[in-house]
Design a protein around this ligand. Sequence first.
Ligand code: LLP
Length: 420
Amino acid sequence: MYKISGVACDTLLKACGSPLVVYDENKIDEQIRLYVDNFKSSAFETEVIYASKAFTCVAMLEKLQKEGASIDVVSGGELYVAIQAKFPAQRIYFHGNNKLDEEIIMALDYQVKTIVIDNLHEVHRVIALAEQKQQPVDVLIRINPKVEAHTHEFIATATADSKFGISIDLVEEIKQMITLIEESSYVTFKGFHSHIGSQILAYEGFVAAIDKMVDFIKETGITVSTFNIGGGFGVRYTKDDTPVPTAHMCKTLIDSLETAFAKADIRVDKVCMEPGRSIVGEAGYSLYTVGFKKQTQHKQFAFIDGGMADNIRPALYEAKYECILANKEHEAIAGVYEIAGKCCESGDILIHDAPLPKVEAGDILLMFTTGAYGYSMASNYNRLNRPAVVFVKDGHARQVLARESFETQMLLDVQKDIEL
Ligand code: LLP
């Protein structure tokens, strides 16, 4: 039986039910440490900020806090989890292209240190609300550096028509934003943020974005104390993915930053990065139980007790995954299977042509690298319950998110008259 950090998959399913999301805590810890230890420079301060959208819950945030990482949040909901985890406000960055007034107020009330401003309208709202609350806040401006990264179009963010940030070409508008900020008594301009996309396997795109941003800083003469280079570092979903190892990626980026700053003769006090996927992706596993099978004209299907509701990525991005039968780890491959979920959608296929031993009802199907954007993008489609999530470490397991139930889903099913 396949084990995750010393715990057998059947034991986990017996204890917590199926389907189940399992994280190997050692792998998460190791990734956080690799980033914190290697993204370091003698020329400037550094900060590793985990993009909590990849996977968030109190236990995850407590872990990051312990390991010395910061976090970013992109909504009131993500901020709420951070508040529940008592995550230090000084180490929270608040992102988002359309922050609501109540979200900005929530951030100011919690004394979040930095808001990453997306657009001119937001500058006005943040200034007005910070003044109203008399709450100081630092801001970065998110620049779209227009460097196209090689990834799926839905997760590329620095294309010319991206909805995120302000284009690097709009120098006057950027300067106008900074002037407004500098005139306000509660908001402090700290610098720029840029993020080029996600699941990027090579480092060239990041280096190109750094160079372009540094040129921009030099040419505009804007004084920048903080520069955030964003996240987007790819992980291994299948054998075709060969991401740059984390330590090497960090060192390459630090080298590029140091060289670019020296060449441009500019001084930046702090550089931040925002990895999400690469901290939790490979540490996460999804366990499912096989139910019925079906042979069609050309395909052999194995049906599992989850699917697109707990992992929308194959349907949304044609994302590829690998799987095994955890209870038949050492058996020979007997054929290829369509791993189909139980949602009422033809597109609810998690893996096409997965090579597996002979599949039978009751087998445990384990999908690798589901730790990022799996649970966090899960839904209740077809009224499926979101799975439970467990953290496993050296033979011990602890539940960090409970399985949803029909009863918890029904908590929102209210009927009451509305006073108009
Ligand atoms: N910083 C910013 C401003 C971002 O927008 C993102 C991701 C990150 C950091 C973290 O990127 P990462 O290191 O995780 O690649 N749902 C998609 C991914 C969307 C990413 C959105 N932004 C997926 O499942 O592939």
